[in-house]
Design a protein around this ligand. Structure first.
Ligand SMILES: [Zn+2]
Length: 313
């Protein structure tokens, strides 16, 4: 069942931000494999300048129509994405999958009110329950680029998630995982070996850990690494054709785990932990300092308290 609810803060947002235009052009679709396209987001945090367009989204052309993976952060993005789909594939959209319940990935759903939009059951539930709050928070960060945006919660995929669905004979594996959030859907196109990993994989951009369960996330990376991937589309950062994005995400998460544990063992306070430096090889990641500070705020209190529910043992 689909729900459409208006964001009550839209008027407030317009009052606060006026009609200031956001500056970023809509990304051009990159063709990364036969029928597979990616719209790459800015490797930045949310801002008025990027209009919230920081996540990668994509689409797969099939003989039965086009399948979209994630819809961006606003109605404006969803509409521009749908136009880009038609221009690139010559077909309209027949199905949308949402990888997880973070607002940069699903707030364009409204542009697909006439199309099945689906996500894992926990994702659909989280958006239905908390989507308005997520949208309001984003509105305060990006302003007028979200004008007119309302939350449209996806429908829940059948449980257990089918291994593969076919569109005109093109098979897509729907892989139910978790770790970056409480439910993370990965979509794997068998014909081209293209993996839409959602935010389970970041590349050249520090991962977001606000809702993370690190052991589950590391397990999910192991599962993705066993797929015969030829093209990997991370949730944020450039598309890659080798194992380096999964390896870099794992490297970062293991560094986070180790550093927080050692800091707690040494009795460091939160400000001291925030000032710790990442190893040289991770320092080039975009938004590293800001994400590390958020990670410390979200995960360190539990580590300090001696309970490690989301950090592992
Ligand atoms: Zn996310």
């Amino acid at each position: 069942m689909r729900q459409i609810r208006q964001i009550r803060s839209v008027g407030l947002g317009l009052l606060l931000f006026g009609t200031a235009a956001f500056a970023r052009d809509f990304p051009q679709p990159q063709r990364v494999a036969d029928g597979v396209y990616v719209l790459e987001g800015a490797r930045e945090h949310f801002s008025r300048a990027n209009g919230g367009d920081i996540a990668n989204t994509g689409f797969i052309g099939t003989p039965a129509g086009t399948v979209v993976i994630d819809t961006g952060a606003s109605l404006r993005y969803g509409q521009a994405q749908r136009a880009a789909v038609r221009a690139a594939t010559g077909h309209d959209v027949v199905q949308v999958y949402i990888t997880h319940a973070h607002p940069d990935h699903f707030l364009g759903n409204q542009a697909y009110a006439d199309v099945p939009v689906q996500a894992l059951p926990a994702t659909a539930e989280r958006i239905a329950q908390g989507g308005d709050q997520l949208a309001q928070n984003l509105y305060l960060l990006v302003g007028s680029a979200m004008a007119g945006t309302a939350v449209q919660a996806p429908g829940a995929l059948a449980t257990p998630t089918p291994d593969a669905v076919a569109f005109g004979g093109r098979r897509l594996q729907l892989i139910a995982l978790q770790g970056h959030s409480s439910a993370d859907l990965a979509v794997f196109d068998e014909a081209t070996g293209s993996l839409f990993a959602g935010d389970l994989v970041f590349f050249e951009r520090a991962p977001t850990t606000a809702d993370a369960d690190l052991p589950a996330w590391l397990d999910a990376l192991d599962r993705l690494a066993r797929l015969p991937v030829r093209v990997l589309v991370p949730g944020h950062g450039p598309v890659v054709r080798g194992p380096e994005a999964i390896a870099q995400t794992r490297d970062y998460l293991l560094w986070v785990q180790r550093t927080l544990r050692e800091a707690a063992a040494q009795g460091l306070d939160m400000n001291e932990v925030m000032r710790l430096q990442a190893p040289e090889r991770l320092r080039r990641l975009a938004v590293l300092q800001a994400e590390w500070q958020r990670t410390v705020m979200h995960l360190y209190p539990a580590v300090e308290a001696g309970s490690l529910p989301r950090l592992g043992h």
